[in-house]
Write a protein that binds this ligand. Structure first.
Ligand SMILES: NC(=O)c1ccc[n+]([C@@H]2O[C@H](COP(=O)([O-])OP(=O)(O)OC[C@H]3O[C@@H](n4cnc5c(N)ncnc54)[C@H](OP(=O)(O)O)[C@@H]3O)[C@@H](O)[C@H]2O)c1
Length: 303
């Protein structure tokens, strides 16, 4: 008997080698009801237990070919130009990937009726009055934030079926570049003093919680904007103390500073963070606590 359950969902992940992309590939690979293809600008995949192809998201014809060949039901866009400070000087590169790339994805999605799950950021807000809900008014401070807001606006006028997930401060057990948690652990273990800001407030997001949010949007076929963030709202300094406490590291090496002392090229939203009530009620999203997330990371990465 032909049953709906045996029809596989076809999922294409752009940015498959990035922090989020890797975790999405790990989550979906080997699932019976999923046909998965990972895609990144690099030659080789981080996880090689899923099909993989190399594609530069800034090359319109190439993007179109990869999508038309695979004919996905869903595209997860985890690719982005994520260097916030470099985005100030490398504006063309940041725009090409974060805005034009999203337009190319949306174009193909519109033609094939594929659904695009796109990832945006709390950096679309100015950080004066966070935490933010999905309906708050964006006002990005820096160029990276402007590209992420422009990507959202590009989707809104694209005619494609899409959902946008806004998230903030990602951490978790990705294998490529060390995330904030591993940087803190490695630095403190090496006996290095680290200067951490006390005036940036967020709800740091465990990567696997973000994957949970994405998978529920796909499962429940949801449209529109959803915030996905962590359970606890705290300063980066308090987050660092928590990490040091959990791994029994020397807290005296953590020096409190304020953001303006860093003289970074891109201004940061200070009082930020994302309220997740909509995701909790509409997606049954259940964020993991920081301590639980750290224990998962410790096991998986042997930290
Ligand atoms: N990290 C955070 O704290 C944070 C916070 C809020 C929102 N977000 C958003 O969350 C999403 C995932 O972030 P992430 O931290 O996982 O990013 P990431 O680790 O920096 O990964 C980005 C991915 O994009 C790929 N990429 C770069 N240039 C490309 C191109 N021309 N064509 C195709 N792919 C290309 C990268 O490939 P290479 O490895 O080859 O460069 C990498 O796989 C992004 O949309 C980001 O804006 C992140």
């Amino acid at each position: 008997m032909f049953s709906h359950d045996i029809i596989k969902k076809r999922i294409l992940v752009f940015g498959a080698n990035g922090m989020l992309g890797q975790r999405a590939i790990k989550f979906y690979s080997g699932k019976d009801n999923i046909e998965l293809l990972g895609c990144s600008v690099e030659e080789k995949p981080v996880y090689d237990n899923a099909d993989y192809t190399c594609c530069d998201l800034t090359k319109r014809e190439h993007v179109k070919k990869v999508i038309f060949d695979f004919y996905p039901d869903y595209i997860i866009n985890a690719a982005a130009y994520t260097n916030v400070d470099k985005s100030e000087s490398e504006r063309e590169a940041a725009w090409k990937l974060n805005v034009k790339g999203v337009e190319y994805l949306a174009e193909a999605c519109r033609v094939l009726d594929s659904r695009l799950v796109h990832i945006s950021s709390d950096y679309i807000f100015d950080g004066r009055r966070g935490p933010y809900s999905e309906t708050d008014t964006p006002n990005p401070l820096g160029y990276y934030g402007r590209t992420k807001l422009a990507s959202e606006n590009a989707l809104k006028i694209s005619g494609a079926m899409y959902s946008i997930i806004r998230t903030n401060v990602l951490y978790g057990a990705a294998q490529s570049r060390p995330d904030f948690v591993r940087w803190v652990v490695n630095s403190l273990r090496a006996g290095n003093v680290i200067r951490i800001v006390t005036d940036q407030i967020n709800n740091p997001t465990f990567l696997d919680d973000l994957v949970q949010g994405i998978s529920k949007i796909i499962e429940f076929n949801k449209h529109g904007i959803f915030n996905i963030g962590g359970r606890e709202f705290l300063s980066r300094y308090d987050f660092t103390l928590l990490i040091a406490g959990y791994f029994k590291l020397n807290k005296n090496l953590i020096q409190p500073i304020i953001t303006s002392e860093l003289n970074q090229p891109a201004p940061r939203p200070l009082k930020s963070g994302l309220l997740t009530l909509k995701a909790e009620t509409e997606l049954d999203y259940k964020p993991t606590s920081i301590v639980e997330s750290l224990s998962i990371m410790r096991k998986e990465l042997s930290l």
